[in-house]
Design a binder for this molecule. Structure first.
Ligand SMILES: [Zn+2]
Length: 283
């Protein structure tokens, strides 16, 4: 993970309004560099902000780039960015198709959408439709091409996602795959069973809300089936259940999830995941 520590124009003057705008999206200005191995002069610098916003900064083409220790200095036509690594940088294994865009469904599953699919849709100025194999939620993922807020004369992709049709029935026909003046077509439908998140109860999460996972199963009442049980024992049992149903079983989660996905997941700051003491802990 990297933090943007400075944004200036080419004369070294701080671009205050640009920094303010970045802070509105991501207050601590941290994120992940996408396609780090492929960044070079002439290509664009892609930076995915941490947190749940799912938004990405894509600069105008790079004019100059230098890396020194864990500091990176990126120069584009009108802007210079200074970044600093805030954790040990693990070398990415493999290429672009190993990278994912993570979406957490309200049903508690993690959808790892290959960035290659998203990039492919963006290149054609189309959207991607993500379908959850768990709860059926449909999400449209895409990007607007807008003037870059740091360099207004340049293009920049501003990623968005929204519920496909949260309240009404809606059909999808062949026409939805074509772009018209009024709508962007779908490039592809990605049906994802997602990764299930195991909880301390032994069940998988059934809900996700603002950084927290929980499961909705009933407590195992047989455990307290005995004569003369006291109220305090029952209270203790309920407290433990409430704790367990809202705590992710990290050991099991790490065991059941592919490494290259853990690498991506651990970059997001999500309250429900406690990486402490694991190889994915980021300082
Ligand atoms: Zn779902």
């Amino acid at each position: 993970m990297y933090k943007i520590t400075k944004v200036t124009d080419r004369n070294g003057n701080e671009k205050k309004s640009a920094i303010e705008q970045i802070k509105e999206i991501c207050p601590d200005m941290t994120g992940t560099i996408l396609y780090k191995d492929m960044i070079s002069i002439g290509s664009r610098f892609c930076f995915l902000w941490s947190g749940d916003s799912g938004r990405m900064m894509r600069t105008s083409p790079i004019v100059e780039i230098t890396e020194d220790d864990n500091k990176i200095h990126v120069v584009t036509m009108n802007t210079e960015y200074w970044l600093e690594g805030i954790s040990a940088i693990e070398k990415r294994k493999g290429g672009i198709n190993k990278m994912y865009d993570m979406r957490i469904c309200k049903c508690g599953r993690l959808h790892m959408v290959p960035m290659e699919k998203i990039e492919n849709a963006l290149d054609k100025d189309k959207n991607l439709l993500l379908l959850c194999g768990g709860c059926g939620a449909a999400t449209v993922i895409g990007a607007d091409i807008q003037p870059d807020y740091i360099e207004p004369q340049k293009d920049c992709y501003s990623m968005y996602s929204y519920d496909f049709s949260p309240y009404w029935n809606k059909e999808i026909s062949i026409l939805d795959f074509e772009s018209t003046e009024n709508q962007k077509g779908f490039e592809e439908v990605f049906y994802s069973h997602g990764i299930k998140v195991p909880m301390m109860t032994g069940q998988y999460a059934t809900d996700y809300f603002y950084g927290k996972f929980s499961d909705r199963w009933y407590p195992d009442f047989y455990k307290i089936q005995k004569k003369n049980i006291s109220v305090s024992e029952i209270m203790e049992f309920i407290d433990k259940y409430n704790q367990d149903r809202t705590t992710v079983n990290m050991n099991r989660f790490i065991r059941e999830t592919p490494e290259e996905m853990l690498e991506v997941i651990s970059h997001y700051l999500i309250e429900g995941f406690d990486w402490k003491g694991t190889k994915w802990e980021r300082l």
